[in-house]
Design a protein around this ligand. Structure first.
Ligand SMILES: CC(C)(COP(=O)(O)OP(=O)(O)OC[C@H]1O[C@@H](n2cnc3c(N)ncnc32)[C@H](O)[C@@H]1OP(=O)(O)O)[C@@H](O)C(=O)NCCC(=O)NCCS
Length: 338
């Protein structure tokens, strides 16, 4: 491409920090615990079946009036405290969610306003991979100089978008929020992101009807449903190689990891990935799904927060995180824990 003489050498560009790191994480779990026993009657299932097929024992459901913005605010305040920062020091807010109930505006500017942040604010729709997409963007923004401190939130109120009578999905989903603050670092602390998509499989996890169909067919509300077996196969066979690529791209070995924090989709998917990655048995693995279920974009930051809080993963340790879900989309990276 030939630049016009006027443009040559006259345009300033931004440069940021040498590296970026996650400075703090926080999580919010709604108060109401919903055991399997509350779900099973409507789907002709049993506590044993749900535990055996998914590893889920209970989940949290947000209160009717509790919004994704409310949950995000709680998680963010925790993450700010760990990072030792004030909200006013955040200059960009990324909210990863598929359950903010407004088509527009996004949740991020509303959250930013709540916190007194006036920086850039936008949502991303990458379902269960949303948090890892957010970390990838935040890393590049800090290093590219478009922001110094970025708030990344993964939040879902899936109870609003679940059909309680749908056998294939009613037991899987839960509500919650997780947040991370990404800022400058002198040393590398977020490895290269390995990400991609397979839109040919978009129907395997999807809102059942579009908003237009919802109006035309006078449907009450379009729930999110999934073709469980197809998603299971894709996750089990497709995602371990992605995780391995993220390990290789970071220039580390599986045995160097201090934690494996995969998306909390299904305990059997987690176990299959451990086997395929040949992870050493002493590496702690996030199993937050048992009591939190699948909270989509919130699942990885929530699991991270729990592992740090319970001392299962060390502050400053190396963690492999991988998100995958509706789209179908995925993203993985090795990070240094805050
Ligand atoms: C949803 C999931 C747990 C279902 O398990 P599965 O083993 O694939 O179940 P299937 O659909 O093959 O059904 C197996 C049997 O269980 C029964 N079944 C299905 N749903 C059931 C339920 N909720 N409760 C009880 N029985 C159920 C079926 O009728 C079938 O019975 P049959 O063998 O007598 O015909 C599994 O497919 C899964 O975890 N998929 C991935 C989901 C996921 O991770 N999604 C998030 C990705 S981001």
């Amino acid at each position: 491409m030939t630049l016009s003489p006027k443009a040559t050498g006259t345009l300033s560009t931004s440069t940021g920090a040498a590296y970026a790191r996650i400075l703090g994480v926080g999580g919010y779990r709604p108060e109401r615990v919903v055991p399997n026993s509350e779900i099973i009657d409507k789907i002709n299932s049993s506590d044993e079946w749900i535990r055996e097929r998914s590893g889920i024992i209970s989940r949290r459901f947000a209160a009717p009036e509790e919004s994704v913005v409310d949950m995000s605010e709680h998680a963010t305040r925790e993450a700010l405290a760990m990072a030792g920062l004030e909200a006013g020091q955040i200059d960009a807010v990324i909210v990863a969610t598929v359950t903010h109930p407004y088509q527009t505006p996004a949740a991020a500017p509303i959250l930013a306003d709540r916190l007194g942040i006036q920086g850039a604010a936008f949502d991303i729709s990458a379902a269960c991979a949303g948090y890892c997409h957010g970390i990838a963007l935040a890393n590049d923004m800090v290093r590219g100089g478009s922001a110094q401190h970025v708030l990344v939130v993964g939040v879902e109120k899936l109870s609003d978008f679940t059909d309680p009578y749908d056998r294939g999905s009613a037991f899987i989903f839960g509500d919650g929020a997780g947040a991370a603050i990404v800022g400058p670092s002198d040393t590398p602390a977020i490895g290269p992101t390995v990400w991609g998509s397979d839109g040919s499989q978009w129907k395997t996890i999807s809102q059942r009807e579009s908003w237009i169909e919802t109006r035309e067919k006078q449907i009450d509300f379009p729930a999110i449903t999934m073709a469980g077996q197809s998603v299971f196969r894709w996750a089990v066979w497709g995602m371990a190689p992605v995780a391995q690529k993220a390990i290789d791209a970071a220039g580390v070995r599986a045995e160097d990891l201090d934690a494996f924090i995969p998306h909390q989709a299904n305990m059997r998917i987690i176990d299959a990935m451990i086997k395929q990655l040949k992870l050493p048995a002493d590496i702690p693995v996030a199993r937050d799904i048992a009591e939190t279920a699948n909270t989509s974009a919130a699942s990885i930051p929530l699991a991270t927060e729990r592992m740090l809080r319970e001392g299962e993963a060390p502050h400053g340790g190396l963690a492999l995180q991988i998100g995958f879900g509706a789209g179908l989309v995925y993203a993985a990276q090795v990070v240094v824990l805050p």
